[in-house]
Design a protein around this ligand. Structure first.
Ligand code: SAM
Length: 230
C-alpha cells in the first residue's frame, strides 16, 4: 500500500478511510497481520497491524524490505484524450516506470477531461499492483507553447509524429528524455512546426500505421524502456 507519510524503523502508521476499510473490512486483517507499505521516498517497509477498526488501522513498522527504486529519467507528455483512455495511459505509464506525466493542452485537446485527483488515484493503484516503490510525478497541465517555451535544455523530446520521423530507436544510454504524444485529432501543422523548431526535438515514427494516442503512448514508452529503462 502507498502511504503519504514518512516511513522508518519503528515508526507507527495510521491508515484511515478507504485504506483502513480495505485492510479491516475487505481483507479482514487484524492485529499481527503484516503488509508491505511504501512512501515514494524511503523504499518499501514491512508493517504489522497493531489494531484494526472499520475507520482506522494502526500499524508498526517492522523492517525495511527494499530501497526506493531508481526511476529512469523519462517524462511522458501527452495531450489529454477520452477520460477512460487517459486513466489507462496513467496506469500503463506507471507500470512501465515513467518518472513524470505531463498533460499538454493542444489546439485539438478537449480539456474538460483532465482530473488530476482521479489520475493520481489510478497511478497509485497501478504502483501498488506492480509492487513499485516509487510513483511517477503528475505535472500540472501545460499549454503546448508554454511547455516548449521553457523546455529544459538537454532533455531530448521524442516527438511521436505520424506524419513522418525517424524510426524510434532510442539509445541504450540516453540522457534525460521525454516522449510527446498528440491528441485524438493530432497536432496542427503550426504545432508540428513549433515542436520541430525546438533544438531538443526528435520527430520519431512508431511505424506506418496510425495508432490511437493511448496505443502510441504505451508503444513509445515501451520502446524507450526496452532500450534504456534500467
Ligand atoms: N493525425 C492522426 C490521424 O490522422 O488520425 C491523429 C493523431 S493520432 C490518433 C494520436 C497521436 O498518436 C499522434 O498525434 C501521434 O503523437 C501518435 N501517433 C499515432 N500513430 C503514430 C505513428 N505511426 N508514429 C508516430 N506517432 C504516432
Amino acid at each position: 500500500l502507498y502511504v503519504d507519510q514518512p516511513l522508518g524503523e519503528g515508526a507507527s502508521v495510521t491508515l484511515e478511510s478507504q485504506q483502513a476499510n480495505y485492510l479491516g473490512a475487505v481483507l479482514r486483517l487484524g492485529p499481527g497481520a503484516q503488509i508491505k507499505l511504501f512512501d515514494d521516498r524511503s523504499g518499501e517497509w514491512l508493517a504489522e497491524i497493531v489494531e484494526a477498526g472499520k475507520k482506522r488501522v494502526t500499524l508498526r513498522i517492522v523492517q525495511q524490505l527494499r530501497e526506493r527504486e531508481a526511476v529512469p529519467d523519462l517524462w511522458l507528455a501527452f495531450a489529454p484524450i477520452k477520460k477512460g483512455r487517459i486513466d489507462w495511459i496513467a496506469e500503463k505509464a506507471t507500470e512501465l516506470g515513467v518518472a513524470r506525466l505531463v498533460p499538454v493542452i493542444t489546439q485539438r485537446t478537449i480539456v474538460d477531461r483532465l482530473n488530476g485527483e482521479r489520475l493520481l488515484a489510478h497511478m497509485i493503484e497501478a504502483a501498488e499492483q506492480c509492487e513499485r516503490t516509487a510513483l511517477p510525478e503528475l505535472a500540472e497541465a501545460r499549454k503546448l507553447d508554454a511547455l516548449l517555451k521553457d523546455w529544459p535544455a538537454g532533455r531530448t523530446l521524442y516527438f511521436a509524429d505520424e506524419m513522418g520521423g525517424e524510426p524510434f530507436a532510442p539509445a541504450a544510454t540516453p540522457g534525460p528524455a521525454a516522449i510527446l504524444i498528440g491528441p485524438e485529432g493530432g497536432f496542427t501543422d503550426a504545432e508540428r512546426a513549433a515542436i520541430r523548431a525546438l533544438p531538443e526535438a526528435r520527430p520519431v515514427s512508431l511505424g506506418p500505421r496510425i495508432l490511437r494516442a493511448d496505443t502510441a503512448a504505451v508503444a513509445a514508452v515501451s520502446l524507450w524502456m526496452g532500450a534504456a529503462g534500467d
